[in-house]
Write a protein that binds this ligand. Structure first.
Ligand SMILES: [Fe+2]
Length: 286
């Protein structure tokens, strides 16, 4: 059976890709952020995941405002990255796992999630930058199942709905008959706003609340409306929806193994976390 080994969440600001390309990891500006990945690298080397289910938001590369699904799940053999116009290098393609994708898609539809299924899907910096951060300078040793959540065009799905989406995927992963080691990834956030009178807005206190509550009390965060979330976290802080889905997919006893919070990266509050997911023995036996 598949095992959900844990989760990683990280910001995905495009300028990180440029910093990687220019080898600026040890520059004073970048060092506190990149050092936050030392623990992640050790954890991944120890845990050796086969597959990563990546919750992210497309920024107009694959979907645009004319057709924008609320939830889209990749079912491709391979996911291509293309030039997004940010000046960051186009990354290598990433291998998919269509069998697992279809298992998750079937389970989600069975669970009444009306998702869009994508047998051809481009992935943008919201997937490739976290991959490059997690596995720098080497072939990425996992297959992925990308799960895109609309954080771009309102109405957005609620935090509660995204938590439930993750929970549905978590249950589906647990029922997958292959012996796979699966990690879940949430990308984006934390607080930031790119435009309007509040451009550059960062809310450190609210970010800390999110990082504290998401481990053991994600339901507390799920009570926020999207409008209240924008108020507290900025217009693009809604990328936390990806974190909520990631957290939902951790079905066992969740613990924070690592946290790095650094402001700012570009105009974003950057956070990197690792969560363990121990099996709930009692729940399994019940
Ligand atoms: Fe983003």
């Amino acid at each position: 059976m598949a095992t959900i080994i844990g989760g990683v969440a990280t910001t995905h600001v495009p300028s990180i890709g440029k910093a990687i390309a220019d080898k600026k990891q040890n520059d004073p500006y970048w060092r506190p952020f990149f050092r936050g990945f030392d623990y992640v690298h050790g954890w991944l080397a120890k845990e050796k995941p086969d597959v990563a289910v990546v919750f992210y938001n497309d920024h107009g590369l694959n979907f645009f405002l004319d057709k924008l699904p609320t939830f889209a799940v990749g079912a491709a053999k391979e996911y291509r990255n293309e030039d997004e116009g940010w000046g960051i290098p186009v990354s290598r393609s990433i291998a998919g796992d269509p069998d697992l994708s279809w298992h998750l898609i079937n389970a989600l539809v069975e669970d009444e999630f009306d998702i869009t299924m994508c047998q051809d899907m481009l992935i943008d910096h919201a997937v490739t930058i976290p991959m490059a951060l997690m596995w720098p300078g080497e072939n990425w040793p996992v297959r992925i199942v990308p799960v895109d959540i609309n954080t771009v065009q309102h109405p957005l799905p609620s935090l509660k709905r995204c938590l439930k989406l993750g929970q549905s995927i978590g249950r589906a992963l647990e029922s997958y008959p292959q012996d796979l080691r699966v990690m879940v990834v949430g990308t984006g956030g934390l607080s930031h706003q790119l435009d309007g009178p509040r451009a550059g807005f960062i809310n450190k206190e609210f970010d800390q609340l999110c990082l504290d509550k998401i481990v053991a009390e994600p339901e507390t965060l799920a009570r926020y409306s999207i409008h209240d979330w924008v108020k507290e976290s900025g217009a693009q802080g809604v990328e936390f929806l990806n974190w909520m889905a990631m957290r939902g997919a951790l079905t066992g006893r969740v613990s924070e193994l690592h946290r790095n919070y650094h402001i700012p990266i570009s105009n974003t509050a950057a956070a990197t976390v690792v969560y363990g997911n121990a099996k709930e023995v009692q729940r399994k036996a019940a």
